[in-house]
Design a protein around this ligand. Sequence first.
Ligand code: NOJ
Length: 593
Amino acid sequence: MSKIITLLLLLAASQQPTLACDGVIGQTARTTTTRDWWQSAQFYQIYPRSFKDSNGDGIGDLPGITSQLDYLKELGVTAVWLSPIYTSPMADFGYDIADFFDIQPEYGTLDDFDNLIQEANKRDLKVILDFVPNHSSDENEWFKKSVRREKGYEDYYMWHDGYVDDAGNRLPPSNWLQGFRGSAWEWNEQRQQYYLHQFAVKQPDLNYRNPTVVAQMKRVLKYWLDRGVAGFRIDAVPWCFEVLPDATGRYPDEPKSGYTDDPDDSSYLLHIYTQDQPETLDMVYQWRQLLEDYQRIHGGDTRVLLTEAWSPLDYVMKFYGNRTVEGAQMPFNFQFIVGGNGDKNNTQLPASGFVKIISSWLDNMPAEHTANWVMGNHDQRRVGSRYGEQRIDTMNMLQMFLPGVSITYMGEEIGMTDLDISWEDSRDPAACNSNSEIYEQFTRDPARTPFQWSNAENAGFSTNSTTWLPINPNYVTVNVQTEKAATKSHLTIYNQLVALRKTKTLQLGDVRYSAFGDNILAIKRSLKNEKTYLLLANVLNSDATVDVTRELKVSGNFKTIISNMISTAKEGDVISADNILLKAYEAIVVESE
Ligand code: NOJ
């Protein structure tokens, strides 16, 4: 996984509550009986470049997505979140936007986009776009105008003179570091000033202390709402505001973190002046207000916000809003990514580690809000590579079984895993900005390889002889077509979970969960007058027997309805809650008789 966020992960992890290891019990009662569409929705993230190529250029595109909407519908998806599709020089694969109001030609046209929305609507699928407020591309007209100091654009970005030392050397305004290695300040010859870029050099930071910028970005939101999107995933939101300079115009240096000796690595510093500022929260609340106003004027279903923040948990929770103001409905819950052993390796995580992760969100979430569960995304190693291939179904089970919103990164439903990408094939700026010796610590390419549709050439992704990133050779067996046809596969299990999520118990029920020794994680979902369901997962590599009656407050027999690839349990097999044997890595879902 990339080191870009290592420091943030460490910080977030350090904020989690410590819980006793064994027999930890968590419980959350869910009182609401009605749900808005998104509250028990299944979100599905598409990385457009890698989903489906319709025109044979080796790059995924919008018509490709439209051609697979039936697949998404079958998969039970409620809403699709598309990573950026806007005009971009692709320095950060679309997170560097040259025109916030148009589509990247490789991906299609505005007509293709409108068609996608229309076809999605026909299938009752919602489309969410990535909103990238913190920065644009340096090829954006706004930036070019700002470089030229054109009227109205002078302060669109974060400009500063910097300093000259006694020897006449030019020095940047502060020690701030970018996410992709090195200084966050870049000298612009033409304007004769430094500009701030918290990500790549080609991603200048917009100046949110300029009301014109704030208004412009609201225009962006309205524009895509008018084209029919159901909401936005907000990119890199903690970076929107930086501290104000002092009276002499100087920005403070950030302190060293002590986490690494590499002075170019962003985690070398504690980002106390460049991230998680209070003004950022207010900005999100304003965007929520904009969505509410839009709905009041134009009608339709609730539009939603999902915020991306790798910040300490108490800050993340503030995105939900407070007593007086609403914020994002879904501040991403990254606890399954930052929790456990963090970004390293969770393959040995014991059951108590899972309980700790679940509690960290449920126990800290403000009352009356909805949880969400994110297992991975295009910036992280794939779930099977982080938690172990034996736990692929277990992780999908957790994501679908826990109360609230589930968010699946494309390919996790078929158990796609990371592909090691050579230095020559690397495309991610996080990798390419380093060198051939160390790039693997930073690269995000392994989780971005093309989607595996079938065992045909290029996994059915593209008819081109090459694809923008290599295809994982495991596509021969790990693909939609093969897994659909199989009696049992990651995909058939995922589909069983989709059906289970439709039950009232899963949608509205309470949750109670516990670790039993190191091996077993057990979760109960229950609702008065409805069936009770248990998810029983042996997360380690040895057999274990457990009695869950006391901790989960259940008794009697339960019938097996879903089992993971490792399990030989059959549907209908009956188990007794006081004596459950689970083989190494076995996971099952059972229902009350
Ligand atoms: C977070 C996105 O998920 C990532 O892919 C991107 O590089 C940064 N934000 C910068 O926009």
